[in-house]
Write a protein that binds this ligand. Structure first.
Ligand SMILES: [Zn+2]
Ligand SMILES: [Zn+2]
Length: 661
């Protein structure tokens, strides 16, 4: 009898699969997880191919087949190859991000008929709402223009009724025996949209996000891979869901930075959506009130592929009135005018949202005696004061008790500025009877459930909802008539080329929360520099003007979308080592790209804007190029030869980085 072999991929930076012998009594399938030995260690891998010949003579046996069913499809394995090629990583590293980790019971079951619970017959989907004229025209145009890989950009302010268009398209896909995928930034903030979808589609929808218990999430995933469900709603990683006969990939709030993965390989779900749509005869529907610059521009430069649709009308309510005020320069957290407006709202029984994108009680601790701010001992950033008495680093979570003395000179320290904790305290003392709730990453860590807070707000059990940028997304509460944004321009001080775009987008989003019901909404934006043009354009809700201005700036400074940006970052606990290695890398880059006319510019090497995080010194190089595709093979070869020599540090390579801090 001939031997059979399986090619196995690992969650490791290996550039290819390794061969293992399949025992005669074993029947792994392509896509099954297997247990094997690799360098004398037990590892879990995924079978990506079967073969009759092994590439080497010394081949080990597969020790166990872990799953009775494949956990990934051939399409996903192909996608992993493409991902590895683009992000210059191992195919296994991407593949292992494509499915939720199976619960223990699934791993140990030897039965081949592991079953997912039967799905109740979905009620005949009925959209219930009819589309208005504008929505209907867009819907018809999307239907008429089906072509693989095409993208339709729905540019409409919050509340313009994009969800109803999504629902109609998903229903059509289902009726044709095809499937659809809807991506949202965060499930907890999309409660209402999901309720609406479940009303229409019932249990035909598979939810995929990290907030679900592991078993439920995995079973939902299984129901998709087994073709029992064709509709998926989820966050970033749901882009990998193996939806059968996929017809639409819908990306709501397409500008949201959560579509970018935050550990290597740092894939962008929006880019993957384009690859998937192309290879699987699907189309992309992307919706946003503030589309990314590159998405909006693609509609102008490549109209045959990227279709632009503007939804102007607000399905309910009218546009809010926006006012920009000078932020108080004394110790008051908010201006007198905003206090008056909150009072008015409380008296009228209407709800208020306050956004302050700053965690903790006070953001600065300084010592008068030696004239310094108190920094994190592990990072090159200042510590924040959190109540009751902790100094916390927002980058590495270092914390120490605040005993009021300076670690440098022993002098007395003072805290200054306002974070959300201090704002909450101020509001509570000012509005004694108001029901106030704060949401930020600290309150959700403290066990308070974000979803619960939001539900209570929707049920009108709260008067004021306040917090960090979490509250700017997706929230649709009709009785909110006042939105206040504090320290609106703080994001503009970051040294990052996307800082303006992010600030504009955040302000537009949060302003869109006001006045969605029958009452007129008011928005008050407080800024240290109220004259800043980005603040003004956001206040005027003028995307077109912002788009033109920002595009001119990017063109003049040669930043995306006018070039491709590539980032190489070396981090090491040894500063000299990091500096020496980044210099070596810079030289290599120079010589690698010397013959490439498409390599426009090499910036650096230089310390990253945040030079040290968690005791790691960070040095980086940015490359601006016209075509990443053309220089990628050379870069891959260069990185493969460089990486093994990097013994005391790490190299992070990132094409199209989300930020460069
Ligand atoms: Zn001091
Ligand atoms: Zn730190």
């Amino acid at each position: 009898m001939f031997d059979r072999f399986a090619r196995v991929l690992f969650r490791l930076p290996l550039d290819r699969a390794l061969d293992y012998r399949i025992a005669p009594d074993m029947e792994p399938e392509i896509g099954s997880r297997v247990q094997v030995k690799l360098n004398n260690r037990e590892e879990i891998g995924i079978v990506c191919e079967m073969t009759d010949t092994a590439e080497s003579d010394r081949v080990l046996d597969i020790e166990a087949v872990l799953d009775p069913l494949p956990v990934v499809t051939k399409d996903q394995i192909e996608l992993a190859d493409r991902l590895a090629d683009y992000y210059i990583c191992g195919p296994g590293e991407g593949l292992f991000k494509m499915f939720p980790s199976p619960p223990v019971s699934f791993q140990t079951t030897s039965s081949r008929n592991f079953k997912i619970p039967d799905i109740e017959a979905a009620p005949a989907p009925s959209p219930r709402h009819t589309l208005n004229q504008e929505q209907s025209a867009i819907y018809q145009e999307i239907k008429k223009n089906h072509k693989a890989g095409r993208m339709h950009l729905l540019h409409g302010i919050t509340g313009s009724g994009k969800t109803e268009v999504y629902i109609h398209l998903m229903r059509d896909a289902l009726l044709e025996g095809r499937g659809a995928l809807l991506l949202v930034p965060e499930i907890a903030l999309t409660v209402q949209m999901i309720q609406r979808l479940q009303e229409v589609f019932g249990s035909a929808i598979a939810l995929l996000h990290s907030g679900l218990p592991a078993k439920e999430r995995f079973l939902n995933y299984l129901s998709v891979i087994q073709k029992k469900r064709r509709l998926v709603v989820g966050t970033r990683s749901a882009i990998f869901a193996p939806v059968d006969a996929l017809k639409y990939i819908i990306i709501d709030e397409e500008h949201d930075s959560s579509y970018r993965e935050n550990s290597a390989p740092r894939y962008d779900a929006r880019l993957l959506a384009r690859w998937i749509a192309n290879s699987r005869d699907a189309m992309i529907i992307a919706g946003s009130a503030t589309p990314r610059l590159e998405s909006r521009r693609a509609c102008q430069t490549h109209p045959e592929l990227f279709h632009y649709h503007s939804i102007s009308g607000r399905a309910a309510g009218s546009l809010p009135q926006v006012q920009v005020l000078q932020a108080p320069t004394n110790q008051n957290p908010i201006s007198g005018q905003l206090i008056t407006e909150i009072e008015k709202n409380l008296k009228n029984g209407q709800q208020t949202i306050l956004l302050l994108n700053r965690r903790g009680y006070q953001p600065f601790i300084y010592c008068d005696n030696c004239a310094s701010t108190i920094k994190c001992p592990r990072c090159s950033v200042t510590l924040h004061f959190h109540k009751p008495d902790i100094l916390l680093c927002h980058y590495c979570a270092y914390n120490a008790r605040n005993d009021g003395t300076c670690p440098q000179c022993g002098g007395k320290t003072k805290a200054t500025g306002t974070g959300v904790q201090r704002l909450e305290e101020f509001l509570a003392s000012r509005f004694l009877d108001a029901r106030i709730e704060r949401v930020d990453t600290d309150t959700s860590k403290g066990g308070k459930n974000l979803q619960d807070s939001l539900h209570r707000f929707f049920r009108k059990e709260l008067d004021i909802l306040m917090g960090t940028q979490m509250i700017a997304k997706g929230l649709d509460a009709p009785d909110v008539t006042l939105v206040g944004v504090l320290q609106a321009d703080q994001g503009l001080m970051l040294s990052d080329y996307r800082a303006q775009e992010r600030t504009f987008s955040l302000l537009m989003q949060v302003a869109g929360r006001a006045g969605r019901g029958q009452f007129q909404g008011r928005v008050i934006i407080e800024a240290l520099n109220p004259e800043h043009s980005v603040i003004h354009m956001a206040a005027a809700q003028d995307y077109a003007r912002f788009y033109d201005a920002e595009l001119r700036l990017r063109s003049a400074t040669n930043y995306p979308p006018f070039c491709r940006l590539l980032r190489f970052l070396i981090r090491s606990p040894d500063q000299e080592y990091a500096e020496q290695k980044i210099d070596e890398l810079a030289e290599l880059l120079e010589s690698t790209l010397a013959s490439e006319s498409d390599a426009l510019e090499i910036l650096g090497p230089a310390p990253a804007p945040i030079e040290r995080i968690h005791d790691q010194y960070r040095m980086h190089i940015l490359v601006k190029t016209r075509s990443y595709e053309r220089i990628r093979p050379a870069l891959r070869a260069m990185l493969e030869s460089f990486r093994p020599g990097l013994r005391k540090g790490h190299l992070e390579f990132e094409p199209d980085p989300q930020d460069v801090v």
